[in-house]
Design a protein around this ligand. Structure first.
Ligand SMILES: *Cc1c(COP(=O)(O)O)cnc(C)c1O
Length: 402
């Protein structure tokens, strides 16, 4: 892999409280390389206008660029066609779109929706809302205390299930779920499958045709791209059958006061002016990732995870939550009686950006009987020096509370 990737991220040269920034909050959001920043700035400075409805030069040119990012995204996920890529505001909006629109298409009173015990709130709450709306029931596939799903029990959860929605990688435990066999089993029972890929796409190669899922969703900002843009991949026939999520401009073929004809997917799901500049930024992020190569990145992060877990395990009083056999570089831990928020504050004073709290996954905290964890999560630009600073900051924290 290319070295000194950190040099491509201007923010990483900042000092925080007199210390070099050690950015280990990548599961919340990654920093942006110059390539993304410059692509967005260039767009705003030289190329900007609204898209899709202009006959003028700028509008036509930017529409082409926007459509090219759709094609790039389709290639990135190995989708069969760019028409299967819907741009959303992010993972949360994509899951809400599915819960509402796919829910309306598929769910009737007495039906079931299956999720897992390690979902982000974004893959829980929309389904609770949909279940209330359509009279369906929400089921939860349990996990063990290593943070591995009880896949041997999967079959016993499938009766009456219409929709199965699961995270590819847990944002708290790092577990890489064995989604391909689960999708295959669900599919054999006629169940529609959704994968929340928010924590996966920036860390391992994803091929939606190989996975054979019906939907796959992610956010731009966790993949070195900007906020306010996300992706919903959907099998075309399903996108075609689904009712629109929002109405407005851009999603129609014709409107009269009596009747509206909707545009075909993906535009049917992109009502209103889309996040144009952010989509351009997302395109640059995908190119940046492609240049590095996800297999290289996965190997780099796996090394960092093993090194960091070993170093943290050597310290007394560190409990790591999430010990799945297949794991991404997300390390949640606690320091005995030291409250994670106190630890996070002390670590911040040393220039460390880690996440403390429930990480939008309160049921996981409840499962382990803890209020919160400290989470260190790694990305392309992290290295062994970051791990050394993490370990030093943990020791400092422990010494202060000793
Ligand atoms: C971050 C995250 C989400 C929500 O993403 P937003 O960008 O906040 O919409 C959903 N699921 C997982 C697993 C996440 O990590």
């Amino acid at each position: 892999m290319k070295t000194d990737l950190a040099g491509e991220f201007p923010i990483l040269s900042r000092q925080i409280h007199g210390h070099p920034l050690t950015y280990l909050d990548n599961a919340a959001s990654t920093q942006k390389p110059l390539r993304v920043i410059e692509a967005m700035q260039h767009c705003l400075q030289h190329e900007y206008s609204n898209i899709h409805r202009g006959v003028h030069f700028l509008s036509q040119q930017l529409t082409q660029q926007y459509d090219r990012v759709r094609e790039k995204t389709a290639a990135f996920l190995n989708a069969a066609s760019a028409q299967e890529i819907v741009f959303t505001k992010g993972t949360t909006e994509a899951l809400n779109l599915l819960a509402s629109s796919l829910g309306e298409l598929l769910l009737q009173a007495g039906d079931k929706v299956l999720i897992s015990a390690m979902e982000h709130h974004a893959n829980i709450v929309p389904w609770q809302i949909a279940c209330r709306r359509f009279g369906a029931e929400l089921l939860v596939l349990p996990m063990n205390d290593k943070g591995e799903l009880l896949i041997e029990d999967f079959d016993t959860y499938l009766d009456g299930v219409k929709i199965f929605s699961i995270c590819h990688v847990s944002n708290v435990l790092g577990s890489i779920n064995p989604i391909a066999p689960l999708i295959a089993k669900a599919k054999a029972r006629g169940i529609t499958t959704i994968v929340d890929g928010a924590q996966a796409v920036a860390h391992l190669p994803v091929d939606v045709q190989a996975l054979d899922c019906d939907f796959y969703v992610f956010s731009g900002h966790k993949l070195y791209g900007p906020t306010a843009v996300g992706v919903l991949y959907g099998r075309y026939e399903l996108l075609e059958a689904m009712p629109p999520y929002q109405g407005g401009g851009d999603m129609i073929l014709s409107v009269s006061f009596e009747k509206t004809l909707y545009a075909p997917p993906p535009l049917k799901f992109e009502a209103g002016t889309p996040p144009i500049v952010e989509v351009i930024g997302l395109g640059a992020a995908l190119e940046w990732l492609q240049d590095i190569g996800l297999p290289n990145l996965a190997a780099h992060e796996e090394q960092l995870r093993i090194e960091a877990e070993a170093a943290l395990s050597e310290l007394n009083g560190v409990s790591i939550y999430g010990q799945a056999a297949q794991k991404a570089a997300v390390i949640s831990f606690t320091l005995q009686d030291i409250h994670p928020h106190d630890a996070g504050t002390i670590m911040d004073s040393r220039g460390l950006a880690v996440r403390v709290g429930h990480h939008c996954a309160e049921p996981i905290m409840r499962f382990f009987g803890i209020p919160a964890t400290i989470r260190a999560s790694f990305a392309a630009y992290n290295d062994s020096a970051d791990i050394a600073r993490l370990v030093a900051a943990v020791k400092t924290t422990q010494d202060l509370f000793a």
